[in-house]
Each structure stands twice: as structure tokens, then as C-alpha cells.
Design a protein around this ligand. Sequence first.
Ligand SMILES: CCCCC/C=C\CCC/C=C/CC(=O)SCCNC(=O)CCNC(=O)[C@H](O)C(C)(C)COP(=O)(O)OP(=O)(O)OC[C@H]1O[C@@H](n2cnc3c(N)ncnc32)[C@H](O)[C@@H]1OP(=O)(O)O
Length: 325
Amino acid sequence: MAMALRAASRVLLRAGSRLGRREAVDGARRFANKRVLVETEGAAGATRIAVMKFRNPPVNSLSLDFLTEFVISLEKLENDKSIRGVILTSDSLKRGNQTKVAATEKTEEKRATRDHGGRLQERPGIFSAGLDLLEMYGRNPAHYAEYWKAVQELWLRLYLSSLTLMSAINGASPAGGCLLAITCDYRIMADNPKYTIGLNESLLGIVAPFWLKDNYVNTIGHRAAERALQLGTLFPPAEALKVGVVDEVVPEDQVHSKTLSVMAKWLAIPDHSRQLTKTMMRKATADNLIKQREADIQNFASFISRDSIQKSLHMYLEKLKHKKG
Ligand SMILES: CCCCC/C=C\CCC/C=C/CC(=O)SCCNC(=O)CCNC(=O)[C@H](O)C(C)(C)COP(=O)(O)OP(=O)(O)OC[C@H]1O[C@@H](n2cnc3c(N)ncnc32)[C@H](O)[C@@H]1OP(=O)(O)O
């Protein structure tokens, strides 16, 4: 009987919910959409922490599908009263036996790195490559509007989240990747000089939206943001720490454990006082977007549709495609 119940519960757990799969794994729980894996740690009934792992090959770019799945996963965690802290990180691991598929092949699948079994793989060492350039290039204004609404939605949800959010930055984090990180309450970055973080939009011939600029100013201060935004600076870890884009830099193999230990300190603070303080610090910045969301969408759609901007994006995509190394 007990065996039958266990078997039945395994079947139910694996049957899949409307939002994604849910499985029981070694006492921890996890659910997964296609592009976001969520693992929760901690005993039932106690405070638990969730780790959201991005896995949108090849570079965790913020495609429309990824943004949608991200928001769904976050909402699920917000609604789970036992979860008080969430860690954002990349599922990208150093893996052997990878083959980069020829750059001449165009589809998303073909652009990805694959293992010898032909399965799609993340490229290693990437937290997130930021907004998906292919969502902003060669599409129509209605698509740009839909995409931008989803970008705004994710930013608002993260920036105003009542959860304690931390990012464990285990790879490159340009532009929208940096956006994900700076919405968090605390950032820990791997000490690998190959990884950089920052808002590099100006290098692409585009401009960070005002609310992202505000988030940056709130994080590193006005003068540093003014300089970094104009130059499109991508900071290696030591410089990111100095300017305040990240709060700590630790050896790569300690990023996860360090984030867990900092999270434990934050969770020792009563939720209500921490949450009210967070809201007090962030509400005005978020309200600034909320009150002009539609105008911001229209601005983006018309800005990104301009021939000159499309040309800049085309050149940047070509540069990425043909870069060496
Ligand atoms: C005045 C009114 C203003 C209103 C607002 C208007 C406009 C605002 C919009 C602004 C917001 C923008 C924010 C952004 O996030 S823009 C995106 C910025 N991202 C980047 O610049 C990152 C570019 N990528 C890289 O630097 C590198 O790819 C890397 C992440 C460091 C990884 O390097 P590596 O491991 O060497 O991998 P590859 O470079 O070979 O890339 C593999 C593959 O992936 C493609 N790719 C990379 N990044 C993106 C991306 N962001 N989107 C889509 N695709 C991406 C890359 O082209 C390769 O493809 P192929 O295999 O086909 O060559």
C-alpha cells in the first residue's frame, strides 16, 4: 500500500502543472519551465529559499518566452508563503564536449552550442546576455510593443518584489543581464576577469530607458552612472565592486555558498520591517515608470523601429557573429 502511494505521488508530482513540471528531488523541491529552473531549499514548514536558474541557450538572452516564464516563476514564488528569499543565477556550467554550430546557420536552435548528442547547451560563463537582440531587430512595431511591455513587467516585478532577492553572478552580465542583477537586494559576482557587468547600451547605438537609468543611479550614484552609461562601461569584477555595481566578489566556486550565507543574514531581519524599508526606498522610482508605462512602450517601439537604430543593431549583430574567440 505504502509503495503504491509513493508511486502514485511520484506520478502526480511528475504529471506537470499548468505552469511547468514539479518534481521531488532529495527532499528539495523544484519546478521548471523550459527556460527557468527553480529549486527550493529548506524543510517543509520552515523558511525556504528558492534558486532560479536561467537556462535559455545559448546565452540566456531575455527573449519574450524567457521573460514570460521568468515572471510566471517569480509570481509562483511570491505566492508561496514559505519562500522568503530568491537567488537569481545562471544554469550555465562549464561543460566538455561542446561544438559551436556554424555561424551561418540562422535559427535559434542552430545558433546554440550543442553537445555531441546534439542537445542544446548553454555557453559557459554567461549570467545573461541581456535583452534578446533578435526581438528588437527586423520585427514590426506591434512586436516591439509587446516585447517592451514584457521587459517592463519583469523589471517592475523584480524591483518591487517583497522577497529578498540576490543575484549570484556566475558569468558575463551585460545590459539586460545587469538589469536583472541591479533589481536585486544584493549581488555577489564570481572573481573571473573574463566576466563583465554593466549597461553597455550606448555601444550598440541604443539608449537605456529612463527607469533602468534610475535603477543604475540608485545603485552606483549619479556621477558614476552618468559616466558608465555614456561610455557603455562593462566592469570586470574588481571594478564592479569598486563602483558598487556588485556588493561582493568571491572565487567562482564559492559564489553559491557565499550567497546562501548572506541570504541567511538577510532573512534574520523581520520581513515586515525589511519589506516596508525596501518599498520606501524603491516606490518612487517604480511609480515613475508605472505612471507612464504606455508612453514608454510607444517611445521604445518608435525608437527601435528607426532605420538608423535598426542599422546599428544590424552592425552589432554582425560584429557578434564574426568576432574571434
Ligand atoms: C530615447 C528613447 C529611448 C527609449 C528606449 C529605447 C531603446 C532601449 C533599448 C535598450 C535596452 C537594451 C538592453 C539590452 O540588454 S541590449 C542587449 C545587450 N547585450 C549585449 O550587448 C551582449 C551581446 N553579447 C555578448 O557580448 C556575447 O555574446 C557574450 C554574452 C559575452 C557571450 O559571448 P560568447 O560566449 O563568446 O558567445 P557569442 O558572442 O558567440 O554568442 C553566442 C550566440 O549568441 C548570440 N547572442 C549573443 N548575445 C545575444 C543577445 N543579447 N541577443 C540575441 N543573441 C545574442 C550571438 O550573436 C551568437 O550567435 P551566433 O552563434 O549566431 O553567432
